[in-house]
Design a protein. Structure first.
Length: 387
């Protein structure tokens, strides 16, 4: 009995540990039971066969070892976070503002950016529009009278608050309302500075001065019988025309005695043209007005002929006393050439500097001491009266 029991146990052990070759039993499912195969060439799970990821694998779906792409990462840096990042000139966080030093787009405020920096700028229309002639100036301030910048079509001038004045200087001044001060061309005659208004007319130059008129001493000489006023007028104008001078000329000459006056011979200079200036042919100033010529005489010698030749120490027929009245000594009304008749003369200027003051003071230009005999050849003064 004991013998049969032992045989039974050995046989059971053999059955339980039988051959593991799947072909041995002939059952095609024998190797796919609930147990796992121990063949190293066969996948250990059905998940491996589907390409699934082991939950312990840290490579992720990108295959990049150790890099996480979860939503816990920080957001990309941006303007307004208070951190100065690449591409930002500044970042004051919530204090960024287009009216402050750091703008909303993280740029430092500057004139021309079209943002008004409060307390620093009063306007900003952009670089192309910010101009010193516009409402918003180049330094981003609203234009105002006294800023030294001329606001086009609004201000006539602006020299700055320190220079603009209630009583500006003639010619270049500017009022405290940024309007031009008195000047040539403003339509108002400034008698201390101007001869005429408006400028650029036939008689009034661009400087509001009458075109200077000339006085010359004749290049020719004449005895006392040259004929009188009419003939002397012709002599002056023939010489002027032959020398290319324009306008009409009258002789500085009188015929007869009182109550005449030399100004009666020059009606052109009685009113509006009385301030006309006089020069020599060489443009040496003689007088700023006909009245000055009457009152004090020329400032310098009438030393140039109609041809531009310089002459001094020459006597001239005039019959005009220092006060402008006739002396009555006129070679018998400029008809005599004898050595017994006399004619009143002047001296056109002195070659000696020490005599020039006396020449001016005594008005020797029109009344020079003792008359000359009419047989002497003397010259004439010719005064321009029209342009």
């Amino acid at each position: 009995m004991t013998r049969y029991f032992c045989l039974f146990c050995i046989s059971a052990c053999i059955c339980a540990c039988g051959d593991t070759d799947p072909g041995a039993s002939g059952d095609p499912q024998a190797s796919t039971g609930s147990g796992a195969s121990t063949d190293p060439t066969v996948p250990t799970t059905s998940g491996d066969a589907l390409g699934a990821t082991d939950p312990t694998d840290t490579t992720g779906s990108t295959g990049t070892t150790g890099t996480s792409t979860t939503s816990d990462d920080p957001l990309p840096p941006s303007c307004g976070d208070g951190l100065l990042q690449d591409g930002e000139a500044c970042d004051d966080g919530p204090d960024n503002d287009d009216t402050k030093q750091c703008t909303e787009d993280c740029k430092v405020a500057e004139c021309g950016d079209k943002k008004i920096y409060e307390g620093v700028e009063t306007c900003d229309n952009g670089l192309s529009e910010n101009q010193d002639t516009n409402m918003c100036t180049a330094d981003c301030n609203v234009a105002e009278c006294g800023d030294g910048k001329v606001f086009e079509d609004v201000e006539e001038c602006d020299l700055g608050k320190a220079v603009n004045s209630k009583d500006p200087l003639y010619g270049a001044g500017c009022t405290d309302q940024c309007e031009n001060g008195p000047r040539c061309g403003d339509g108002a005659l400034q008698v201390d500075h101007e001869d005429c208004e408006p400028p650029n007319t036939s008689a009034c130059t661009a400087l509001c001065r009458y075109q200077p008129r000339v006085i010359f001493i004749t290049s020719e000489t004449y005895k006392g019988n040259f004929g009188g006023l009419t003939e002397a007028f012709d002599l002056c104008n023939d010489l002027a025309e032959n020398s290319g001078l324009t306008g009409l000329f009258r002789p500085w000459l009188l015929v007869g005695g009182p109550p005449q006056h030399i100004k009666d011979q020059f009606p052109e200079y009685t009113d509006t043209l009385k301030t006309v200036r006089f020069t020599t042919i060489g443009l040496d100033p003689l007088a700023d007005s006909f009245q000055e010529l009457l009152d004090t005489g020329p400032r310098s010698a009438i030393s140039t002929t109609e041809k531009g030749v310089l002459l001094l120490d020459e006597t001239v027929w005039t019959n005009v006393s220092a006060d402008g009245s006739p002396s009555g000594v006129d070679c018998i009304k400029w008809t005599s050439e004898t050595n017994t008749d006399l004619g009143h003369v002047g001296l056109n200027g002195s070659s000696l500097a020490e005599n020039q003051d006396i020449w001016l003071e005594k008005r020797l230009w029109t009344s020079f001491g003792t008359p000359d005999f009419c047989d002497q050849a003397r010259r004439l003064y010719c005064v321009q009266v029209t342009d």
